[in-house]
Design a binder for this molecule. Structure first.
Ligand code: GRF
Length: 216
């Protein structure tokens, strides 16, 4: 399976996906990394791994649709089967999302459907939740919505700031995204009635892996 990764910045999740794809039994390969920001640090991570990169600067497009058409064209040309959003900070048009329906994943640093959108960690602290985490889900037109593939629970600890909480969740993201991608690439995560059904290697339905990283 050929994977296209969309980024906007740092690229630490991209790095985790690159490492997962390098494992000998992994049945997917990252064919292209696209950034909508020219200076994104993640581009250098992809280049160092020998993965083709492309910058499609959204500022050069007058509408969301024309930007998305360029994105779609590049992914299609590279033969991409599955798109992974990894810190991609653009809202995609309905047309793009529908074209890649059930073939596009996103990671979000909360236990969805709680805390969609931006400033997630501060909002979790403000709400006083004791457990938060991260979610990998198939993309739908509404922001941070869509069938959930896997989630990791992360504790909120005394004295946490948005920064310390973000760092703890990010560590979980780096484990969760490869795990979820592997399930999808192996055909072990199927969307049925807008929910993800997970199966084991023999096709028997299984519960989601209970994924709770221990607090440091
Ligand atoms: C991650 O926290 C991701 O969940 C969110 O944006 C951040 C991207 O980080 N959508 P990175 O670029 O993968 O390091």
């Amino acid at each position: 399976m050929k994977i296209g990764v969309l980024i906007s910045g740092r690229g630490s999740n991209l790095k985790a996906l690159i490492e997962a794809c390098a494992e000998p039994d992994f049945r997917g390969k990252i064919a292209l990394v696209i950034s909508n920001r020219p200076g994104a640090a993640g581009l250098a991570i992809a280049e160092a791994a020998g993965i083709p990169t492309l910058v499609i600067d959204h500022k050069e497009f007058s509408t969301r649709e024309t930007f998305d058409a360029e994105l779609d064209h590049a992914l299609t040309k590279a033969g991409v089967d599955l798109v992974c959003n990894a810190g991609f900070m653009r809202i995609l048009s309905d047309g793009f999302v529908e074209k890649w329906r059930d073939r596009q994943l996103n990671i979000h640093p909360s236990l969805l459907p709680a805390f969609k959108g931006l400033h997630v960690h501060q909002r979790a602290l403000d709400a006083g939740v004791k457990i938060t985490g991260c979610t990998v889900h198939f993309v739908r037109p509404e922001m941070d919505e869509g069938p959930i593939v896997a989630q990791a629970a992360v504790p909120v600890l005394p004295g946490d700031t948005a920064e310390t909480l973000a760092a703890r969740i990010l560590e979980a993201e780096h484990k969760l995204y490869p795990l979820a991608l592997r399930l999808v690439v192996n055909g072990q995560a199927r969307v049925v009635d807008e929910h993800v059904v997970l199966s084991d290697a023999d096709g028997a339905e299984v519960p989601a892996p209970l994924f709770v990283p221990s607090p440091q």
